[in-house]
Ligand binder design. Structure first.
Ligand SMILES: [Zn+2]
Ligand SMILES: [Zn+2]
Length: 395
């Protein structure tokens, strides 16, 4: 009897205590502290490159020695190339295959130390400006993500999720990658799910760079007898379909990788297509203060955004510029002329995170060396990385 009474009293008291102390989520967004200053918008250089291509060291490739990739890149004015051979084809020893190839050198094209980490749970590209012990990353491929993440950190590499949806989807935590391949190969239409995953990661506070990569495996045969059943691909999907642009502080491999990590990056359908530049003026002085990849504290005042297409634009070119805010369509603008440009204004929330990114569709630009690529890319011209507000740099 006494026990039952005590139980009733306790239940009553505990319920009262619960009612008096509402649940507080310790992870609720709070105002971000002062963010680091935005880097210079003018001190740097725009460089363009290929971030996913296979040479003869990938066993299923054909007619694609490293010398051919580099010579082609030069002919298309490409500044940097990441040759990303399948590491499982050499049991992780890319150092004694791709990187040890006498053809792996260039006086003008910046070459990454890179490989495609090819695992049961998906594929990712490892990028580095200096040689690193890729074997270690290969060896932990089937381990838990905490183990993989620790090795990745120890190696000091940039890790990028490849073709994240569909076959060979990226089945690892996105917390250990610096970028995601949102545009794989000239076939733009198959990238819709990659874009969806990217928006989900961005919306959940992950400041993840979107990048491109042709994933080309096959070169043009030097003579008709070298033709393979896949040789037709070389004229439709090859180095530069799509091309990834970075705004690097200098013309070095390290500066290119740093720009990739910080997101001053956009992607275009090919090396000759215009580049999507995305800026914001946060203090309304008529001067742009930040570009894609940059993160600022929202002031509560309206921000003026500018999208411009830079480079050679066909005289009769017509473009539709779609703005995506926090994963949702925000606005659509039409533009034309020699220097297509649009501006819009919005007030990002003062406490919550916001991001804005750009997709441009319109007149395709010819790519004479890869003439079949235009039909595959359709009217997809290019896309920007986001401009961020209130993203926590310590996330
Ligand atoms: Zn792959
Ligand atoms: Zn690949």
């Amino acid at each position: 009897m006494v026990n039952t009474f005590l139980l009733i009293v306790c239940t009553f008291a505990c319920n009262t205590a619960l009612a008096q102390a509402p649940h507080i989520n310790p992870w609720t967004a709070t105002e971000v502290d002062q963010l680091p200053p935005i880097a210079s918008l003018s001190k740097g250089v725009w460089l363009k490159g290929e971030l996913h291509v296979h040479s003869r060291h990938s066993t299923e490739s054909s007619n694609n020695p490293i010398s051919k990739i580099i010579a082609f890149s030069k002919s298309a004015g490409i500044d940097f190339v990441a040759i990303t051979d399948h590491d499982n084809h050499v049991n992780g020893d890319v150092a004694h295959h791709t990187w040890a190839d006498p053809e792996f050198k260039s006086d003008s094209v910046l070459l990454f130390y890179s490989a495609e980490w090819t695992t049961t749970r998906g594929h990712g590209n490892a990028f580095s400006a200096v040689p690193y012990d890729h074997q270690k990353l290969y060896d932990v491929r089937d381990q838990r993500d905490v183990v993989v993440g620790a090795v990745k950190k120890q190696l000091g590499i940039h890790l990028s999720a490849n073709h994240p949806s569909g076959k060979d989807h990226f089945g690892y935590s996105y917390d250990m990658v610096n970028s995601i391949e949102v545009w794989n190969s000239a076939i733009w239409s198959k990238n819709a799910n990659a874009i969806m995953i990217w928006d989900d990661m961005l919306s959940s506070g992950r400041k993840l760079t979107g990048r491109g990569g042709s994933d080309a495996h096959h070169g043009v045969p030097d003579s008709p007898d070298k033709e393979t059943k896949n040789s037709y691909q070389a004229k439709a999907n090859y180095v530069g379909t799509p091309i990834t642009w970075v705004f690097a502080t200098s013309r070095t491999t390290q500066a290119v990788i740093d720009a990739l990590t910080n997101g001053r990056v956009c992607i275009s359908q090919n090396p000759y297509a215009p580049r999507v530049e995305f800026y914001a003026d946060i203090n309304q002085d008529g001067k742009m203060d930040m570009m894609m990849g940059d993160n600022a504290k929202a002031t509560g005042k309206p921000v003026k955004f500018r999208v411009q297409l830079t480079g050679k634009v066909p005289a009769d070119g017509e473009y539709t510029i779609n703005i995506i805010k926090n994963g949702n369509p925000f606005g659509s603008f039409k533009t034309t002329g020699k220097a297509p440009m649009i501006e819009f204004t919005d007030s990002p929330a003062t406490v919550e995170r916001s991001y804005y990114r750009v997709e441009v569709q319109g007149t395709p630009t010819p790519y004479p060396q890869v003439p079949g690529s235009m039909a595959l890319s359709g009217n997809m011209v290019g896309l920007s990385n986001p401009i961020f507000f209130n993203f926590d740099p310590n996330f």
